[in-house]
Design a protein around this ligand. Structure first.
Ligand SMILES: [Zn+2]
Length: 57
């Protein structure tokens, strides 16, 4: 759905900083527009929505 648009925008903006990573939750491959921190879980877009803290908004 909106995931492909997210990936394409990441590709267009700065390909060199985009990283293909494996989602720590569902295990799918996803692209993140930042350098993942080693030892920290990285989530795909859907799982990020599930895992992001929502205590303050
Ligand atoms: Zn996931």
């Amino acid at each position: 759905m909106s995931e492909s648009a997210y990936l394409i925008s990441g590709l267009n903006s700065r390909p060199s900083s985009s990283k293909i990573v494996k989602c720590s939750d569902c295990g799918c491959q996803t692209q993140v527009p930042f350098k993942p921190t080693e030892g920290r879980p990285v989530y795909c877009r859907d799982c990020f929505q599930k895992h992001k803290p929502k205590d303050r908004y």
